[in-house]
Design a protein around this ligand. Structure first.
Ligand code: DAK
Length: 258
């Protein structure tokens, strides 16, 4: 099922899978491709048969950045008018879990796309970085903000200013990625994890994501208040009744996502 030019899309076992598919240019992200990704994410967010979204890249890179050929001749006013960041911002509105699997390069906009995922699994040989500094620009889709939140100011500046590639080990050490996996097992283990999350009550999964996201902007007291309301809300769900009843009856729960 792929009506898309630059991505491949499939749905199986509750997992909506988007695979970046411009391997000849290391999945360099052009505008159409970003629009395709966001359109599918929006669709997956609505569909009942998709519980978790997985994002991967074909070939030897996750994505080596935004398409330099496409933007080399742009000027500031054209970029402002194109308002491309709108598409990137839509990515942050997705309610379902997004799990990224990075093999090879995740650079520039490709790293920013990876950082937009909720969880990141990476191959042991993955390389991350913001080489924008080497071509006279800087990250523009959340790189300076997200990397700093994860690594702290000094480490983030080191990578942003040097433009060097961060090895997977360092990414793991600073919580930029969740797990480092042997390259040949990356997809298998990512999908295994995704299937596990997909089997959980979908409303709990959703409200946990919502609450965790608030932790970055709210005070502790505000965040705890928000968490509590979500906790109460789950007592209106069929899955809470089923989950607790199944526990008492010593059987496996059958969740409906309602
Ligand atoms: N754009 C276009 N083509 C790219 C590319 C890219 N970012 N990265 C690689 N390619 C192409 C290469 O040109 C080459 O094409 P051919 O020559 O074969 O036609 C092909 O992919 C294979 O690449 P290489 O031959 O260079 O392969 P190597 O293994 O030697 O080197 C590399 C791999 C990843 C080290 C190298 O390709 C490289 O340095 N690539 C550029 C990395 C980079 O500078 N990335 C940052 C780009 S700036 C925005 C949001 C975000 C952004 C912008 C706007 N808005 C919302 C408005 C983000 C900006 C960026 O990401």
């Amino acid at each position: 099922m792929s009506d898309y030019q630059y991505i491949e899309v499939s749905v199986e076992d509750g997992i909506g899978h988007v695979s970046l598919n411009r391997p000849k240019v290391l999945n360099a992200l052009n505008r159409t491709m970003i629009r395709e990704i966001v359109t599918v994410f929006d669709d997956f967010d609505q569909r009942e048969d998709v519980k978790v979204i997985v994002l991967t890249g074909k070939g030897r890179a996750f994505a080596a950045g935004a398409d330099i050929d496409e933007m080399a001749d742009d000027d500031a006013i054209r970029m402002e008018l194109l308002n491309q960041f709108k598409d990137w911002d839509r990515m942050n509105m997705i309610k379902k879990p997004i799990i990224g699997a990075v093999q090879g390069f995740a650079l520039g906009g490709g790293f920013e796309l990876a950082l937009s995922c909720d969880l990141l699994f990476a191959a042991e040989d993955a390389k991350f970085g913001f080489p924008e500094i080497n071509i006279g620009v800087m990250p523009g889709a959340g790189g300076t903000q997200r990397l700093t939140r994860l690594m702290g100011k000094t480490k983030a500046l080191e990578w942003l200013w040097s433009g060097e590639m961060m090895p997977g080990k360092e990414a793991l050490q600073y919580g930029v990625v969740n797990r480092l996996i042997a390259p040949e097992l990356l997809n298998e283990q990512t999908f295994q994890f995704a299937r596990n999350v997909a089997s959980k009550p979908a409303l709990s999964v959703r409200l946990i994501k919502e609450a965790v996201e608030k932790a970055e902007d709210y005070t502790l007291a505000e965040g705890m208040q928000f968490e509590r309301k979500n906790f109460y809300l789950l007592f209106a769900s069929e899955d809470q009744k089923e989950g607790m009843k199944a526990f008492q009856e010593k059987r496996k729960p059958s969740f409906k996502g309602r």
